[in-house]
Structure formats: structure tokens, C-alpha cells
Design a protein around this ligand. Structure first.
Ligand code: ADP
Length: 583
């Protein structure tokens, strides 16, 4: 009789087929670290199981002994590749080279060769016997040889060091990846414990050798892990490497806002090591960044820029929610990239733009100035000619003109100097100013001009107007500019000034019924040198600096200025000054 039957035989066969399948599936995941070695481990396990299966199935001693060789092929290959897997999986692949690989292979290779000729020597076993057990003929070693114990020691060293490697990897890896590595350790635990127990002499009754089942169990768990947890695509160690070494800072927060992990860059930027902050609440973990953390403590998703201090460094901060495989919230990832360099470039570009604007304004100014100076200068020249030639009857007329143009020139130069002063000097000489009294002064000063133009100046004062803290001279100038404009740009009619106040501010308005300003010009009238009617050399108005000066003064006092105007109907300028000066 060549064969014998036991119900365990088809079970072994099934397990062997399952392991072959698992080996093939894992082989396909090869680019992933450790996948090829694990696939080979499973393949040799399949060979081992198949050998076991056939050894039981064959009923003749010769074939049984032949299958014993096959089992040795499986065992030696299995132990060797297991070691390789642990090295690769724990990210120490660089240890494997042309010297270390043959060194690792030497014991299994010798054991295998000796096993093939086990009957010719007694190094592996000294006696092999065949016994009948429950009607089955089974082979078993009666006495082991010396070399067997060498092999046992080698296997033992490989298993223990592989375990230590995997354990170290699990401990050193980021908290978030640790579970996956624990799973690998769990998967390998069952066959390893079984194997070690067998080495220590735990005899399980033949033909129920547990190693094959334990390996099948490990193979299934690993496949589940690879497909369900998908760490076969890029093994966790690879994730771990990316997470650790990426240039930007990454902090993982759990649902309670506690630190679940942080990478090297985050450790460097925040000056805290992962072990010191792990599972602490973010605000306790990074006390120096408390103000920032407070701002984003409950923010689930955002992309913004933050500064560690007023002068930098600057970071782009991104918070993204984390969800579990089942789509439930799991925490948040906080990422930050250093953008200090970009910010500095932006700042420089801004400064350059401002500088370019300054140059443009200067060019515009020179051009306007040349036009503006041309008219009075021409008149002065003509007057000088008239005076020199003592032209009859023209003298008083010319002197008047001379005076007017000289005044205009002085006024223009004064405006420019005022503008320069306002831009260069800090606001000082502050005192309590009664705006009602100030407006009366302005009216007094320009009454004559208004009369000449046939314009009435009217003032509706608010009773009990609170004083404002201000530089009186500057406010006088600001209001004068508005009143002079109102006179210049109206012919006849009335100019009405009002004062009013509320809890926080005093409001002064100057309202005329003059030519008004069209909507197209209105947004620009406060710009430097902007004039609605740009026909140079007009007798009215100045350089287009009057309103710029007024606005600058008002803003120096933390106030605002508004204008409302209708072409042909008139304009109303309103200044609002705060009662409390901003410090
Ligand atoms: P300017 O020295 O030319 O008066 P401003 O800066 O004082 O310069 O005013 C800018 C422009 O705004 C003026 O050229 C004028 O066209 C217009 N403007 C200012 N105030 C009035 C007003 N009350 N009515 C109509 N137009 C005005």
C-alpha cells in the first residue's frame, strides 16, 4: 500500500494551497518594503506544509524519508527568509549586502545539504523510527545529532533578534503608525511561539503539527493588514520615514486636542521633543505658542499665515481634519511650512513698489510744478519789462499783478513745505481746541475773500461742543483749505459751516452751493496734485495739494474726512475728529 488516509491530510493540503496563494498575493506587493521576503517566507512554509502533508499520506518508509527532506527545505528556507523579512521590514535593508547575506545563509544552507544526506551521517539525527499510531504509519526522530542543535541555536537567534528588531521598530515609530507594526508582531507571534515551544520539546501529537496552521494564521492576518489597512502599498515604516523627515512641521492631534505625534521638523521649530509632549493638550505641550494655539484651538480646517513673532519667522499653517477608515472624525493634522523667505521677498517687492510710486509722484510733481511756475514767472517777466519801460498808465495794474503772482508763488512753496513737514514730523503741541472758536477764526480770515466773490459765510454752531485734543494750527490750516476751496469753486451763494458732536467725536462740515465735483473725479480729489480742471495757469486754486494737506492733518488726529458732491449743485466736506486721541 502506497498511501494511507487521515482526515488531517486534506486540511494540510488546503493550508499549503492557502499559503501558496498568500505568498503570490504578497509577491505582487513587492515594491513595498519586506513584501518579497514575507512572500518567500510563506512559500517555504507552503513547501514545509506540503512536505508534512505528503509525509503523512505516504505509507512507505522510503517516501516518508524523502518527504522529510522536503520538510527540511521548507524549514531552512522559512527561517532564513523570516530573518530577511524582519531586517527589511524594520527598515534596515542596508544591512543586507554581499557579505552579510551569505553569512546569514551559511547555516541554513549547510543544514539543508546535510539533511538531504541525513542517512549517510548522524549529524542531524542518530536514529529515525517508524511507528504505528491510530492505524497510521508515522516517522519520527528517535535521537537528534549534534548538528541539529547548531541549527536549533541558529533558528533561535534568528527568531529572537527578528522579534527584537520588530519590537524596536514598533517602539521607535510614530504613535500613529505603531498599531500597524503591532499587528505584524501579532501575526508573527503565533508561529514563533509555536516554533520556539517545539524547539523546547513541546511534543504535540503526530500528525497534528501546529506550525503549519500557525503560519497560515499569520499569512491571513498579514494579508488582511495589507489589504484592509493598506500598509502593504507603502509599509508603515515608509510612511513613518516620510512623516519624520518631511521638511514642514507636522503635529497630529487626537479628538481631545492632545498631541498624538509630531515629526522632526515640528520638534525643531517648537523646541520640544515628541516624548515630552505626547498625549498632552496642545496648549500645555507648547506653552510658548499659547497665543497661537488659543486662536486655532477649535478650528477644524484652515489654511492661513502665522508669525511666531512680529519679525518672523513666518509660517503657512494648515489644519486638516482626520477621519477614520469608517469616515468618523479621528483628530486633526496641523502642518506648517516656513515661508519667511517668501515673506521677505514680498516685503522687498512692496518696498520697491512704494519707491516706484514715490518716483512717479516726484516726476508728476516736477511736471506740474514747471507748468504752475511758468504762468507767474511769465507775468513777472512781463511786469518787469513794463516797469523797466515805464509804460504809461499800466503801472498800478502791473504792481497789482506782481503782488498777486508773488503771493501765488509764495502760497505754492508754502503748500509744498507744509506737505513735507506733515509727512516728516510727529504730531505735537497738542491742546484742548474749541472747534466753534476755531471756525470763527477761519471765517474772520477769509471774510474779505468771500466778500470779493460775493459769497456769504454762515456758521451754525453746536452748543456745548466738547473740546478736542489737537494741534490748533494744523486744524486751522485744514479748515482754511476747505473754506478757501468752497469760496474758489462757487460764485456767489452761501457757504454754510456746521459743528455737531456725539459720544465719541466732533463733526465739522463745510457746505457750498458751488460748481460741485463729478462722480468720476470724486474718488481722486484727495490725491496729491490732483486737480479736476487741470488747465494750468488758472488764477484759482493751487497745486492740487490743499485737500491732501487737509486729509493728512485729519488723519494725523485719528479722524476721517468725507465728501459728498453733485456737479452743478455744490459740495459738502465733513471732518470727524475723535474726542479721545488714539495714543
Ligand atoms: P487746489 O489747490 O487745486 O484747490 P485741492 O487739493 O484743494 O487743490 O483740490 C483738488 C481739486 O478738488 C480741485 O482742483 C477742485 O477741482 C476740486 N475741489 C476741491 N474743493 C472743491 C469744492 N468745494 N467745490 C468744487 N470742487 C472742489
Amino acid at each position: 500500500m502506497l498511501f494511507q488516509f487521515s482526515p488531517i491530510i486534506p486540511v494540510y493540503a488546503l493550508v499549503a494551497v492557502l499559503m501558496l496563494y498568500l505568498s503570490a498575493r504578497t509577491w505582487n506587493l513587492r515594491p513595498a518594503r519586506g513584501a518579497s521576503a514575507w512572500s518567500m517566507t510563506l512559500l517555504f512554509c507552503a513547501i514545509h506544509t506540503l512536505g508534512t502533508c505528503l509525509e503523512i499520506a505516504f505509507a512507505t518508509p522510503v517516501l516518508k524519508l524523502a518527504m522529510n527532506r522536503v520538510i527540511y527545505v521548507g524549514t531552512t528556507g522559512f527561517v532564513f527568509f523570516w530573518g530577511i523579512f524582519a531586517i527589511q521590514y524594520s527598515n534596515h535593508g542596508r544591512w543586507l549586502n554581499r557579505v552579510t547575506l551569505p553569512l546569514l545563509a551559511i547555516v541554513p544552507a549547510c543544514t539543508l545539504v546535510l539533511a538531504l544526506f541525513a542517512e549517510q551521517h548522524h549529524l542531524l539525527y542518530r536514529a529515525y523510527e517508524f511507528v504505528y499510531l491510530d492505524g497510521l504509519l508515522l516517522g519520527q526522530v528517535a535521537a537528534y545529532g549534534a548538528l541539529f542543535y547548531l541549527w536549533v541555536t541558529y533558528s533561535y537567534i534568528v527568531f529572537v533578534s527578528s522579534w527584537l528588531l520588530l519590537l524596536l521598530t514598533a517602539i521607535r515609530s510614530q504613535a500613529i503608525f505603531r498599531n500597524q507594526i503591532w499587528l505584524v508582531i501579532l501575526a508573527s507571534a503565533v508561529p514563533m511561539i509555536t516554533y520556539v515551544l517545539q524547539l523546547f520539546g513541546l511534543k504535540l501529537y503526530a500528525p497534528y503539527y501546529p506550525l503549519a496552521f500557525a503560519m497560515a494564521f499569520a499569512g491571513v492576518i498579514m494579508l488582511l493588514a495589507m489589504t484592509r489597512l493598506r500598509f502593504g502599498d507603502i509599509l508603515p515604516v515608509a510612511y513613518d520615514q516620510i512623516f519624520r523627515n518631511v521638511k514642514g512641521g507636522i503635529i497630529l492631534l487626537d479628538l481631545k486636542g492632545r498631541v498624538a505625534g509630531l515629526n522632526h521638523a515640528a520638534e525643531r521649530i517648537l523646541g520640544s521633543s515628541e516624548k515630552d509632549v505626547l498625549w498632552k493638550e496642545a496648549r500645555d505641550a507648547f506653552p510658548e505658542q499659547r497665543h497661537l494655539i488659543k486662536q486655532f484651538e477649535y478650528v477644524n480646517e484652515i489654511k492661513t499665515e502665522v508669525a511666531m513673532s512680529a519679525v518672523g519667522p513666518f509660517y503657512e499653517l494648515q489644519i486638516t481634519p482626520l477621519t477614520s477608515h469608517h469616515g468618523e472624525p479621528a483628530g486633526r493634522v496641523v502642518m506648517f511650512y516656513d515661508i519667511t523667505e517668501r515673506k521677505q521677498i514680498e516685503q522687498k517687492t512692496l518696498e520697491l513698489t512704494v519707491e516706484q510710486e514715490r518716483v512717479a509722484i516726484l516726476r508728476q510733481f516736477i511736471s506740474h510744478m514747471s507748468h504752475d511756475l511758468r504762468t507767474p514767472l511769465a507775468i513777472l517777466k512781463l511786469t518787469e519789462y513794463a516797469l523797466r519801460n515805464d509804460l504809461k498808465g499800466q503801472l498800478p495794474n502791473r504792481v497789482d499783478m506782481l503782488e498777486k503772482q508773488t503771493d501765488r508763488l509764495i502760497e505754492m512753496v508754502e503748500s509744498m513745505l507744509t506737505m513735507l513737514r506733515l509727512e516728516g514730523e510727529k504730531l505735537d503741541s497738542l491742546g484742548a481746541v474749541d472747534m466753534n472758536e476755531l471756525i470763527c477764526t477761519v471765517i474772520e480770515r477769509h471774510r474779505l475773500l468771500a466778500q470779493e466773490r460775493g459769497t456769504q459765510l454762515q456758521f451754525n454752531r453746536s452748543q456745548e461742543l466738547p473740546f478736542v485734543v489737537a494741534n490748533r494750527d494744523e486744524l486751522l490750516l485744514a479748515l482754511s483749505n476747505l473754506v478757501v476751496n468752497a469760496i474758489h469753486y462757487s460764485s456767489g451763494g452761501e457757504i454754510i459751516m456746521d459743528t455737531a458732536h456725539d459720544q465719541e467725536s466732533v463733526v465739522i462740515s463745510v457746505c457750498d452751493s458751488g460748481i460741485g465735483i463729478s462722480a468720476e473725479h470724486l474718488p481722486h480729489i484727495f490725491e496729491r496734485f490732483y486737480r479736476v480742471d487741470d488747465a494750468r495757469g488758472t488764477q484759482n486754486g493751487g497745486l492740487g495739494l490743499g485737500l491732501t494737506i487737509t486729509k493728512t492733518i485729519v488723519e494725523r488726529h485719528a479722524g476721517t474726512i468725507d465728501v459728498q458732491s453733485q456737479l452743478g449743485e455744490g459740495s459738502q466736506f465733513s471732518i470727524r475728529l475723535p474726542l479721545e486721541q488714539a495714543s
